[in-house]
Write a protein that binds this ligand. Structure first.
Ligand SMILES: [Zn+2]
Length: 108
């Protein structure tokens, strides 16, 4: 991580928080009690903050297929019907899971 970089995107900042909650402490930070959440638990915290308290952006989503974070204002797709997965990052948008879900949607 290059700390001299002036602007960090919302996606980068959310990725930092996501990593932090899983025990990745940034250089220069010192904590006695380091959080060691699973990726799923870390995402629950970020989702909760974003959707209930607006302390983090609510347009950063986590892909339900690969688990990567993505900026839903710029990429990815949310297929809000049927059963999970719902959120797809750009890389997974046209993967087999997304195609299968779209095919299901067209049948309804
Ligand atoms: Zn993905």
């Amino acid at each position: 991580m290059n700390s001299s970089k002036p602007e960090r995107t919302n996606l980068e900042m959310t990725e930092d928080l996501f990593a932090f909650l899983q025990g990745e402490i940034p250089a220069g930070c010192h904590y006695i009690d380091v959080p060691q959440l699973t990726a799923a638990q870390a995402w629950t915290v970020i989702h909760h903050l974003g959707n209930l308290y607006w302390q983090v952006t609510d347009f950063i989503h986590r892909c339900d297929v690969c688990g990567d974070l993505y900026d839903s204002d710029r990429e990815g797709e949310y297929l809000d019907f049927g059963s999970p997965p719902f959120g797809f990052c750009e890389a997974c948008c046209y993967g087999p899971e997304a195609e299968a879900k779209r095919a299901l949607g067209h049948e309804e």
